[in-house]
Every structure is written in C-alpha cells, then in structure tokens.
Design a protein around this ligand. Structure first.
Ligand code: ATP
Length: 133
C-alpha cells in the first residue's frame, strides 16, 4: 500500500513525523479521509481524534483545533496542542474534565463559560483517544 507522510506540529515542536496509508481527520466541515495523492487543501480542525491507519493498525492522536494542510505526498497538522494516545496522562485529563464541569456549573460570564467548554472538549477528546488505544 502507498503511504503519505504525516507531520504533526505544535508551538512546542514536532509531535510526530510518520507515514500512513490513510489519515482521518475531523475538520470543521466534517470528517475527511486522506489517501496518498489527495488534492491540495487546507481546512480548520475540530477538537477531536486524528486517526493514522496502516493496515489493521491505527494510531490515534488527540488534536486540539488548528489546521490540516493536505498536499499529494504530505499531510501537515498544525495545532496548539496534540498528543499521541500513548503520551496522554489519563489522570490529568480526568481532573481537567472535572474542573471544567465544575466551572460550567458555576455559570459565570460568557467568556468563562466558553473557556470552560473548550477545556472540557479538550479533556473529553484526551479521554476518548486514550480509551481508543
Ligand atoms: P490542563 O488543565 O491539564 O493543563 P489543558 O487542556 O489546559 O489541560 P493545554 O493547554 O491544552 O492543557 O496543553 C498544555 C500542554 O500540556 C500541551 O503541551 C499539551 O499537549 C499538554 N497536555 C495537557 N493535558 C495533557 C494530558 N492529559 N496528557 C498529556 N499531555 C497533556
């Protein structure tokens, strides 16, 4: 099977440089599957799981927004933060989810609520990706 290069980059540096037969990403316009030779495109990403498929094995990555840039031979993910499933600290994610849920219950101003909602979405994505290992 042909593969496509996949580079995942955050402000802290590269998270992963690998190859995949197929990349599945949750963009703001819906889920896309990218195979080698895909037409060039750029799309904003949702907070969600990125899936890198090779044969029967899948590597899952928690990606927290950002952009996917597709070129025929390389996919670049540029995100504020991203973690491979194997690097997720599940206790930290569960604590973050609990903190965010408590903040949402306090019903503070709009900005605090929006921030708490984003914190919760990041934490839930980390928990899901950890559980998908
Ligand atoms: P927390 O409240 O636990 O810090 P957060 O959602 O505010 O979570 P971010 O601001 O998204 O954290 O990320 C800060 C840094 O910590 C990033 O480098 C991110 O990859 C890392 N990180 C955050 N949570 C986890 C986790 N549960 N496991 C591994 N790395 C994490």
């Amino acid at each position: 099977m042909k593969t496509i290069k996949v580079n995942i980059v955050t402000p802290d540096g590269p998270v992963s440089e690998t190859e995949a037969e197929m990349v599945i990403a949750a963009t703001e316009f819906g889920e896309i599957g990218v195979l080698p030779g895909h037409i060039a495109m750029v799309a904003p990403l949702q907070i969600g799981a990125l899936r890198l498929k090779n044969g029967n094995s899948t590597v899952n990555v928690a990606v927290h927004g950002g952009f996917i840039e597709v070129r025929p031979d390389v996919v670049t993910i540029l995100a504020q933060s991203a973690e491979l499933a194997a690097n997720i600290d599940i206790d930290r994610a569960k604590l973050a989810a609990k903190r965010a849920e408590e903040a949402l219950k306090e019903k503070k101003d709009d900005l605090d609520m929006q921030l708490a909602e984003l914190n919760l979405r990041r934490a839930i994505t980390r928990i899901k990706v950890y559980e998908m290992r």
